[in-house]
Ligand binder design. Structure first.
Ligand code: G3P
Length: 218
């Protein structure tokens, strides 16, 4: 399973890279706004900086909602850097755009996916990645992980090659459960990734080892 960090913050991306297990980055317009990146030139420059820094799998989202606009924006984004993956919302025009990008060899990430039916459409259109938002489903008392498991089963049964990129991850446990049910990728906040390191018995055990070593070598 690949690990992506879900942020547009360069410092957080650097920290995630320093963990030594990072495979990519996802962003969205809300995350760009959080960093105060505004205006087309600044947005493009920021995507380019992230792509140069990470060198692989950087999802950059189109803002247009019509087919022609998505194609225009997506082609500009894809031309920025080979690491860019064009993120396209799960709409009628989005699915049509994904189909066109697929035929042009442009990698896509179909975002805002909340059902197995939507996952089926995105795979049929040739999406490279599919982003089901599990945390937002959990927020509505629906089971986000169950959706991931259902999509894994459908894609395996049908032989689809679209990668399942579990998004809207809220905790380290979400990451582990996504691995269990067979997600190809998780994109998560740095804090959820860092939470995987922690176990009190690891800390306790290491302290004991160091104490015994010090006593033995005093
Ligand atoms: O990658 C999608 C993600 O950014 C959505 O996360 O926490 O806003 O539901 P969240």
């Amino acid at each position: 399973m690949e690990f992506f960090v879900d942020t547009a913050n360069l410092d957080q991306i650097r920290k995630a890279m320093d963990l030594g297990v990072l495979d990519g980055v996802t962003t969205n317009p809300s995350l760009m706004a959080k960093e105060g990146i505004r205006g087309n030139d600044a947005v493009m420059e920021h995507y380019l900086n992230i792509a140069k820094m990470v060198g692989q799998n950087v999802s950059a989202e189109v803002i247009a909602t019509d087919y022609e606009g998505m194609i225009r924006e997506g082609q500009v984004l894809a031309a920025l850097h080979p690491a860019i993956v064009v993120k396209v919302p799960m709409t009628r025009d989005g699915i049509r755009a994904i189909h066109t990008f697929h035929s042009e060899g442009i990698r896509t990430n179909c975002t805002l996916v909340f059902s197995a039916g939507q996952a089926l459409l995105a795979a049929k259109a040739g999406a490279t990645y599919l982003s089901p938002f599990i945390g937002r489903l959990d927020d509505l008392n629906m089971d986000g992980l169950e959706l991931i498991a259902q999509i894994v089963q459908i894609y395996r049964t049908q032989g689809f090659t679209t990668k399942i990129l579990a998004a809207s991850i809220r905790s380290s446990l979400h990451i582990v459960r996504c691995a269990e049910v067979g997600a190809d990728v998780v994109t998560c906040p740095l804090s959820a990734m860092e939470g995987l390191f922690y176990h009190p018995l690891t800390d306790k055990g290491l302290a004991q080892f160091l104490e015994d070593h010090a006593r033995n070598n005093a």
